[in-house]
Write a protein that binds this ligand. Structure first.
Ligand SMILES: NC(=O)c1ccc[n+]([C@@H]2O[C@H](COP(=O)([O-])OP(=O)(O)OC[C@H]3O[C@@H](n4cnc5c(N)ncnc54)[C@H](OP(=O)(O)O)[C@@H]3O)[C@@H](O)[C@H]2O)c1
Length: 388
């Protein structure tokens, strides 16, 4: 077994391929054998078609798999959830398959599996199953069926388990929000932030949304408002404390803001917390600024602020099948009714005629863009089967 390490070593041809002339090289995955910079350690691997599924398992064909910021941290080896290593018949040693989230179609069902059939759409509820692959064999108990309803797109379904689930639970678990209640969030144009805006609008909640300034800020403000954001401000607009408080007072009619969702950290989050009312809750789920979060003592002493962390992986491990199914069916209903739109996204198709080297370069270029903060929308991988 290859033991993950956090050392960064240059990529090397570590995958010794065995000949598999008797089986079609029908699949492709993005794999790594040691932790490190994703743009250095991630490699495309072509591998044979799957054997028939053993009892209790399913053979899946992944249709679309998002590249989420946390996926990069997993490859770097700095994320708390770790994948298990996988074996491939044409490889001499085990590797890790990247990717945590994705939509798959069932291609074959092992004996003893109830309630799932060929053609069903499923998503994994187990963490780090390795979704950046065209085909995988998984335990049937580790997936959840997603109904193929009108209005539910592949992109909706492929991105349902992480970001909408995070937004949904953060709007439900901490404060009893009623229609008309106010929520403030930063990173509002992130995929989670967009889901917060949509779900809040569907529930009749009002949102104040904070984003980074940019040359075309009016376009972004307009985009978020057309999704249902009540107001959008830049972090710079938080700096003029006096006029900001008056503005917010006028917007809320004096109602206190009792929930803040923090995707970013750093100074702008300290200022966002200052806008909260009595007995409010701030929920941290991301750290995009990679800066510590500092909250004034007076917020805790005089305003009784409560500060929480939220991690959707923990939510899945702490909630059983019934809770997961209930949440998924509510999210699917919102999506099918057009109330929870797809996140702004691009699809990176790995074409069947591309060599593994070309496929590796294509994905590494996207990861490089993400790592240098130049990516402006969610990217999803569509991996065509090399010999489809
Ligand atoms: N805790 C959980 O369970 C959970 C679940 C889902 C996601 N997350 C976390 O939530 C965050 C967002 O995830 P996502 O998938 O929604 O990401 P995403 O769609 O890729 O969006 C990333 C967001 O981060 C902002 N950003 C990037 N660098 C920044 C910086 N230095 N300062 C301020 N803002 C910055 C981007 O703003 P610009 O457009 O200005 O670049 C964008 O709004 C990530 O940290 C992710 O790991 C956590």
């Amino acid at each position: 077994m290859i033991v993950p390490t956090t050392s960064i070593r240059p990529a090397r041809p570590l995958l010794r391929l065995f000949s598999t002339t008797n089986r079609l090289q029908a699949n492709r995955a993005f794999v790594y054998s040691q932790n490190g910079s994703p743009k250095e350690v991630l490699t495309a691997l072509t591998y044979p078609s799957l054997s028939p599924p053993p009892p209790g398992t399913l053979n899946l064909r992944y249709l679309l798999s998002p590249i989420n910021p946390a996926d990069l941290n997993v490859i770097e080896g700095v994320y708390p959830s770790k994948p298990s290593p996988s074996s491939f018949p044409n490889l001499s040693s085990q590797v890790f398959v990247a990717g945590n989230e994705g939509l798959a179609e069932i291609k074959d069902v092992g004996s003893g599996v109830d309630g799932l059939q060929v053609g069903d759409w499923v998503v994994a509820t187990k963490q780090q199953v390795g979704t950046w692959a065209s085909a995988r064999n998984v335990q049937a108990s580790e997936v959840l069926k997603i109904p193929r309803t009108d209005g539910l797109s592949e992109v909706n379904a492929a991105t349902i388990t992480v970001n909408p689930a995070t937004a949904y639970n953060m709007l439900t678990d901490f404060v009893d929000l009623q229609p008309g209640s106010w929520v403030i969030q930063n990173g509002a144009n992130s995929a989670v932030g967009q889901a917060v805006i949509h779900i809040a609008k569907a529930r009749g909640l009002k949102t104040i949304n904070l984003v980074r300034d940019r040359p075309d800020i009016d376009v972004l403000k307009q985009e978020l408002q057309s999704m249902g954001a009540t107001h959008v401000l830049t972090y710079e607009e938080l700096e003029d404390k006096k006029s900001l408080k008056a503005k917010i007072q006028a917007w809320t009619g004096g109602d206190e803001i009792r929930l803040a969702l923090n995707c970013v950290g750093g100074n702008s989050t300290t200022r966002m917390a200052g806008l909260l009312g009595q007995d409010a809750h701030i929920v941290t789920y991301g750290a995009m600024a990679r800066a510590p979060l500092s909250l004034g003592a007076s917020l805790f002493i005089f305003k009784n602020l409560t500060s929480h962390g939220f991690w959707v992986s923990r939510w899945y491990t702490q909630h059983g099948k019934e809770d997961r199914e209930r949440m998924m069916s509510e999210l699917v209903a919102l999506m099918s009714e057009g109330k929870l739109a797809e996140p702004k996204h691009e699809i990176l198709t790995i074409r069947r005629e591309q060599s593994d080297e070309e496929a590796t370069q294509a994905v590494r270029a996207v990861l490089d863009k993400m790592l240098s903060g130049q990516s402006r929308s969610k990217i999803l991988l569509r991996i065509e089967e090399p010999n489809e």
